[in-house]
Design a protein around this ligand. Structure first.
Ligand code: SAM
Ligand code: DTB
Ligand code: SF4
Length: 347
């Protein structure tokens, strides 16, 4: 296919350093930026993928998937909302924004022992990564300190650690790294042109700046978006182009289907055709062949057949456990039955 020839695999091979000093290469190399530095994928190329006959798109995506990953292995992460509700931001999809009237209450930061109990339960059910989410615009220093302790203790239990705490300021990524954080989740959410229709209290550039801070300390980047917010297909392609054209695309790309919550501005949006969601997963797989593509929010409304198509299209990660942050997710037993039916194993 033409599209696959336009993709050039990023070369991460360290180049020789012309110095006799003891400084290591990594200390000299500037960190990969989240700003697009070259256009590996034009939005039109991605639109052309979306426009392929469904079988051709899935075949291409599945072929790319097999070249880069075990097609029957799915990474499983469990989410915990360590600080729920009362958020100052105006993200139009989010039940945790204080300004919208939803059933979510403003709760204080969870205690360390409760977080560790949830992490142990996640590990016992087979999760390999534990992701802690907070309904903040960004962490204040007094908030960050107890979270650093949670990260180091969860890591000591033998789980990979992930956090999603909002925008980071200078010095905060360094503290997270020192605590043992493996992944930071911060989504671009949508294409730059549609972003202002959904969120006004922080900019696209703010998000890219946070991703740069995460990259600069060598924490793995987890960044994706939400599909089904009323964006156009070109805007879905635009989100993928932003992610795929990063100097180093995210290691993990969550693709969320909007979970519509009563009281949020996006409640009542026309539901997306599930096959368009599968196409988005396939296009993410083709444009970011080395990334884990996570089939994230929205699985509860999909049923087994649509989820199976997503795995075929190259999704190889899920959130596992009955709850996402404030909304529901399939029961662990249902996921276990699905994995057995599809012959999938957990990473
Ligand atoms: N407050 C932090 C932030 O926004 O960066 C971290 C938590 S926030 C809830 C994490 C992500 O969850 C958002 O960026 C968004 O992509 C996703 N999300 C929130 N509400 C959602 C919904 N109703 N449906 C799908 N995804 C949602
Ligand atoms: C991501 O991309 N999806 C997760 C995680 N990162 C933090 C969150 C989904 C939230 C769905 C709505 C809720 O449960 O509140
Ligand atoms: Fe706050 Fe995050 Fe929800 Fe936006 S997505 S309102 S920043 S919790």
């Amino acid at each position: 296919m033409e599209q696959s020839t336009s993709y050039s695999k990023p070369d991460h091979t360290p180049q020789p350093v012309m110095t006799t000093s003891v400084i290591q290469f990594d200390a000299l190399k500037s960190p990969a930026s989240s700003q697009p530095t070259e256009t590996r994928w034009q939005v039109e190329d991605i639109m052309a993928l979306f426009a392929l006959p469904f079988n051709d798109l899935l075949f291409q995506a599945h072929s790319v998937h097999r070249q880069h990953f075990d097609p029957n292995a799915v990474q499983v992460s469990t989410l915990l909302s360590i600080k729920t509700g009362g958020c100052s931001e105006d993200c139009g999809y989010c039940p945790q924004a204080a300004r919208y009237h939803t059933e979510v209450e403003n709760e204080p930061l969870m205690a360390l022992d409760e977080v560790l109990a949830a992490a142990k339960a996640a590990k016992d059910s087979g999760a390999s990564r534990f992701c802690m989410g907070a309904a903040w615009r960004g962490p204040k220093q007094k908030d960050l300190e107890p979270v650093l302790k949670m990260i180091s203790e969860v890591k000591a239990m033998g789980l990979q650690t992930c956090a999603t705490l909002g925008m980071l300021k200078d010095g905060q990524a360094e503290q997270l790294k020192a605590a043992g954080l493996d992944f930071y989740n911060h989504n671009l959410d949508t294409a730059p042109e549609f972003y202002g229709d959904v969120i006004t209290t922080r900019t696209y550039q703010d998000r890219l700046d946070t991703l740069d801070r995460v990259r600069s300390v060598a924490i793995n980047v987890c960044s994706g978006g939400i599909i089904g917010m009323g964006e156009s297909r070109a805007q879905r392609a635009g989100l993928l182009a932003q992610l795929a054209n990063m100097e180093q695309p995210p290691e993990s790309v969550p693709i969320n289907l909007l979970t519509q919550v009563e009281g949020t501005p996006l409640h009542g949006t026309d539901p997306l055709d599930p096959l368009e969601f599968v196409r988005t997963i396939a296009a993410a797989r083709i444009t970011m062949p080395n990334s884990f593509v996570r089939l994230s929010a929205g699985r509860q409304s999909m049923g087994d057949a649509v989820q199976a198509l997503c795995f075929m299209a190259g999704a190889n990660s899920i959130f596992y456990g009955e709850k996402l942050l404030t909304t529901g997710n399939p029961e662990v037993e249902a996921d276990q039955a699905l994995f057995t039916k599809l012959g999938l194993t957990k990473i």
